[in-house]
Design a binder for this molecule. Structure first.
Ligand code: ADP
Ligand code: ZN
Length: 811
């Protein structure tokens, strides 16, 4: 038999795969798509087999594959193809690309269970009855006897300890005497202890440890699993027990993986009868699915037009054709809303996959999908890699969202990957939005995508009235700087009076954007990044939102030593505080990454708001999407034009999308809604068209600018970032690259840079950037692929050069 070799993708930031020899023990095993354990340097690493060959590689000593992780290939062939495409198109290292597609590496493995077949039982009887047996037969008899129990199977962990082990069992499987079944090695539903502070208990705390426990449980975190509490409070188990005894703590048990979520079980899905437009859209999708080949469509539906209902119908259509489906949503929070609806409709066969799940839970869901136990997957970006076979449909909700773009290697766009995967699998892909990205709408106009339209809100509810508040005027009249305009304050007061609800959106976290020295004009900057630190009042810290660096706000200017420091720019925390000051009787809550950290907290706040237990909800864009709040009659957007000031070709598009999205939140129930948009540029077309909720006019204007200025969708765009701790290196390498790129100008690739990147320093690295544009994607691709080879040749480290194809922003 020829020796075999296997190409393995390993999670290292290198562009190559690695060759390993296949040991005799793995003879006959299919290795493509399998997770394997291999020696790498001095450690073991988990990778995935990509291809096999019997030609020895051109290297001196080939190491052997140590072990197979699972009995089932983790990646079906189409996903391997998809991975290669991602790695090529986005110029991402192969190993890191495939790592993004695999389940989390935890000690949760597939196991096999063996049981005796009828044929095996007959053979066993024959052997037992024989008067004389050979040695081999005696061994076989001995072995097979161990399986001879009624209706039970033997896990491979046990078989492994028997003479002959798994290899013998596998031989009998091939002979048909044993059957094998893959199962997830079972863990009992493990319980954990949750500890909470009892409200209103006597607070005579004996020592510092007790105080820390109270602090953690009351002001910073809320109820916690015991182990985490001990860690956070730096306290011992004995202290907790003491407090529990004196009645200050409440404890209870919860399963480690919450199986039954009241969020889901208490939910009654709406029973909607599709309206004419929804029916028409669905009929079209049915036609694609019946045709059973690749089709791409955009469903452009105004906010509140009932797109979700069409999605559900489309999934049903796919399932009824015996196919599977993926639903992508842009944020973890949305998997809650959408996941719940989908599960209510399709039950157990639905899996939810997102990066917010604990590894063990994600792995379990992942394998459930892989084994075909779930046929519908709801998830965020990476769920586009869900290991479903027989895929019929991918839905990408809110396809315009930049969250679909992964901002680390592999820098893929989940939406575009969905379209490519659908093409590979001969499936249909449905992109949904009220405010499609320029790229997608352009494709729909050009006839590349079918265009489905939902032009009116369900039950003909009117779109909310949008009022623009000119902040310049507001300031002239008020002569004081409050964090929100007088108009918005008055509108909220009105809602409080009529007992309806208001949402206030502010797209900045923290209390103040920065701390400025009045004397020298310097802002307090991050030590590691060229960015002003954000002030968080509750924590009394200045923090960097990029690298996490934080300091106490200095009394003196770090540059000129003057003592005239003042805070500028109001963030969500300040708006929250202001509303509480202005309306002390109102129930105000804030929803952003500072106030909610877990899914549970998120559900709590939104649940309370939905039930009418809150009057005003302040938040970052987290609040802008998702659920219907029937009693919301006002949505205020504070400083709506924040994004417009950014040096980014998508600034207008982002502003338009955000405002339209937010406007869609008001007036979704029986009550009419109003939207207040605060801005310094009331004439800007993004703001004007958003106020009129007129997507097509906005598209036409924006498309015109993009065409003239050579930006997507009319030009293929990529950025190349060169970074290093040492500024000299970053400069030297970018100069070298500039020399390499220059000749491509003649081949129709426009090269801008190198220039200091908009974020010129990030996490201590100095950053220089090229922007490459070309009307021809292939020319661009050639320049980029060659650039990486050039770097290798010049010994520029691979990690120092970041290529971003189709970037969503230019920083
Ligand atoms: P979109 O995503 O288009 O903004 P949704 O899908 O969230 O809109 O639907 C908005 C609301 O309309 C939801 O509460 C949904 O239950 C409801 N709805 C959807 N279709 C219908 C219908 N045909 N009749 C009545 N209500 C509907
Ligand atoms: Zn920083």
């Amino acid at each position: 038999m020829l020796p075999r070799y296997c190409e393995v993708a390993l999670p290292v930031p290198l562009r190559s795969t690695f060759t390993y020899a296949v040991p005799p023990a793995l003879d006959g095993e299919l290795l493509v798509g399998r997770r394997v354990v291999v020696p790498f340097g001095r450690r073991a690493m988990i990778g995935v087999g990509l291809s096999e060959s019997d030609r020895p590689p051109d290297i001196p000593r080939v190491k052997e594959i140590a072990e197979l992780m699972d009995s089932l290939p983790a990646l079906p062939p189409k996903l391997i193809e998809l991975g290669h495409w991602i790695s090529r198109y986005y110029l991402a290292p192969v190993g890191e690309t495939f790592r993004a597609m695999l389940p989390p590496e935890i000690e949760l493995r597939h196991d096999r269970e063996y049981s005796l077949t009828d044929c095996g039982r007959a053979y066993l009887r024959e052997l037992a009855a024989a008067e004389e047996t050979t040695d081999v037969e005696t061994i076989e008899l001995d072995f097979l006897r161990r399986f001879d129990k009624k209706d039970s199977s033997v896990p491979s962990v046990r078989v492994r300890r028997w003479p002959g082990g798994e290899a013998a069992a596998e031989k009998f499987v091939r002979l048909g005497y044993l059957s094998a079944r893959d199962v997830l090695r079972h863990r009992k539903a493990r319980m954990q202890q949750i500890v909470a502070w009892r409200p209103g208990t006597a607070e005579l705390l004996a020592d510092a440890a007790e105080k820390r426990i109270r602090e953690v449980l009351t002001s910073t975190r809320g109820p916690l699993p015991l182990a985490l509490l001990l860690e956070k409070a730096g306290a011992s188990r004995a202290v907790v027990r003491r407090l529990e005894k004196s009645g200050m703590l409440a404890t209870w048990e919860e399963p480690l993986t919450p199986g039954e979520d009241p969020w889901d079980t208490d939910f009654v899905p709406p029973a909607n009868v599709l309206n004419a437009e929804q029916k028409e859209a669905l009929a079209e999708i049915w036609r694609w699915l019946v045709a059973g080949e690749f089709a791409a469509g955009l469903i452009h539906g105004v906010t509140g037009s009932g797109k979700t209902e069409v999605y559900l119908g489309a999934i049903e259509a796919a399932l009824s054709r015996g196919k599977t489906a993926i639903v992508l949503v842009p944020e973890i929070a949305l998997t809650l809303w959408v996941g719940r609806l989908v599960r209510a409709r399709f039950g157990e066969g639905v899996a939810v996959l997102h990066s917010g799940l604990p590894d063990i839970e994600r792995a379990r869901e992942w394998w459930r999908v892989r084994r075909g136990e779930a046929k519908v997957v709801v998830g965020t970006r990476s769920a586009v890699f869900a290991p479903l076979e027989n895929l019929g449909l991918i839905i990408v909700d809110e396809e315009q969202e930049s969250a679909y773009k992964q901002e680390e290697t592999p820098r893929y766009n989940g939406r575009d990957t969905a379209v490519y995967r659908a093409r590979l699998e001969g499936a249909a892909v449905l992109l949904g939005s009220a405010t499609p990205s320029l790229e997608t709408y352009h494709n729909a106009r050009a006839g590349k995508y079918h265009l489905l339209k939902l032009t009116s809100r369900v039950e003909n509810r009117p779109l909310a009235e949008v009022r623009i508040v000119d902040l310049r005027e507001d300031f002239r009249r008020q002569h004081r700087a409050a964090p929100i305009s007088e108009a918005l304050r008055a509108a909220i007061a009105l809602r409080l009076e009529e007992r309806t609800q208001a949402m206030v959106l502010i797209n900045r976290r923290g209390y103040s954007w920065s701390l400025l020295c009045r004397s020298c004009g310097a802002m307090v900057q991050c030590q590691n990044c060229s960015i002003a630190l954000t002030y968080h009042k509750s924590r009394q810290r200045l923090e960097c939102h990029y690298c996490g660096f934080s300091i106490r706000p200095p009394k003196q200017c770090p540059k000129c030593r003057a003592e005239y420091m003042y805070f500028v720019g109001d963030g969500a925390e300040r708006v929250d505080e202001y509303l509480r000051e202005q309306f002390p009787a109102a129930r105000v809550a804030r929803l952003d990454r500072d106030t909610v950290r877990t899914k549970r907290e998120f559900q709590q706040v939104l649940g309370a708001f939905a039930k009418g237990e809150l009057d005003v909800l302040v938040g970052t864009q987290m609040v802008a999407k998702g659920h219907d709040f029937e009693r919301v009659t006002l949505v205020g957007v504070v400083a709506a034009d924040l994004a417009l000031g950014r040096p980014d070709f998508r600034a207008a598009e982002r502003t338009f999308q955000l405002l339209t999205q937010v406007a869609g939140r008001a007036g979704r129930g029986q009550l009419a809604g109003e939207v207040l948009v605060e801005t310094y540029y009331p004439e800007h077309y993004a703001i004007q068209h958003a106020a009129q909720q007129d997507y097509v006019s906005f598209y036409d204007k924006e498309a015109h600018f993009r065409r003239v200025l050579h930006y997507p969708p009319f030009t293929a765009l990529a950025t190349v970032l060169v970074r290093d701790r040492k500024v000299e290196n970053a400069i030297r390498w970018s100069r070298a690259l500039a020399g390499y790129f220059a000749p491509f100008e003649k081949q129709g690739v426009k090269i801008l840079g190198p220039a200091a990147a908009p974020l010129a320093r990030l996490r201590r690295d100095y950053r220089f950037q090229f922007v490459l544009k070309s009307p021809h994607r292939s020319a661009l691709g050639k320049a980029l692929a060659g650039a990486l080879d050039f770097c290798t040749a010049k010994e520029i480290p691979e990690t120092a050069v970041l290529v971003d194809v189709d970037p969503t922003n230019l920083s």
